[in-house]
Design a protein around this ligand. Sequence first.
Ligand code: PLP
Length: 285
Amino acid sequence: MDPIAYVNGSFVPLSEAKVSVLDRGFLFADGIYEVAAVLDGKLVDSASHLARLERSVGEIGLALPETTARIEELQKELVARNQLDNGMVYLQVTRGADKSRDFPFPKGVTPTLVMFVTAKDIVNAPSAKAGIGVITVPDIRWERRDIKSVALLAQVLAKQAAAAAGAGEAWMIEDGKITEGGSSTAFILTQDDVIVTRPNSNAILPGCTRKAVVALAAERQLRVEERAFTVAEALGAKEAFITSASAFVQPVITIDGKPVGNGKVGPMATRLREIYVDFARATAV
Ligand code: PLP
C-alpha cells in the first residue's frame, strides 16, 4: 500500500505528495517541524509536541494554517488512513511558496503544512536492549537551537559522522560541554545516583521526552539535576542515555569508543525507559 501523506488540506498517496520548488522550506529552511511517536495507533505526548510547535512558529513569526486542535485531528486521521500501529508522525510547516525568492516574509502567502508517517516498533527496538555508542563532534549550529527549525544541516553532518563510525548518535560539544545529541537529549547518571541533563536554554531543543522523563523521575523521588556536563564526566558516570520521541529512552554504552561506567546497559536507563513507555501508553490520545 502506498502510504498516505497530508499536504495542504488533502490526503494524497505519498508518491504524489508535492510542494512547489519556490516553497520557503526548500529555499531557506524557513520552517518548523515536529515528530510525535505513535503507540498502538495513538499519539504519544501530543499536547507537549503541539505546545512546542506553537512556540517554535511563534518565535519565527509564522502563523499556523490550522489550529493545534485541528492539527491533532489531522494527525489522527493520517494515522488511521495509514493503519499505523507503531511509529512516528512527521509534521512540517513552512512559510509557503511566494512568486519568487525574496528573503523577507512574503505577504498574502498561505503556509505549507505537510505530514507523513513512518512505521517503527519503538518499544521493541533492539538498540534499547543492547545500548548504543555515541561519537562527539563540535556543535556548529546557530544560536537558536530552542526552535525546532528544519535547518538541520549541522545535525545531518553530525549524524552522518556517527553512522560512518558505526555509532547510534552524535553528541555535540560546545565550550567543553555536551549540548545534546543530533536528534536527542543527553543524560548521565552520576556515581552518586543523580540524573543529570542540561537545562533548557537557547543552546538546546527543549525535548518533549526530556520534559516527561525529568517529571516522571522527580515523581518517583529520583534525584535530578539540570546542569551541563563534560565528556570526561559522562565517561566516569555510572550510566548515560538519550531521550527522543522516536527512541524514547535509549542507553548509551560508549562515547568515542570508550566505555561509560562498566560499558553495559544500566538499570536506571532500563527503568526510566519502562516508566516512560507506561506513561506513553497511559496518556496517548
Ligand atoms: N534535541 C534535538 C536536537 C532533537 O532534534 C530532538 C528530537 O528530534 C531532541 C533533542 C529530542 O526531542 P523530543 O524528545 O521532543 O523528540
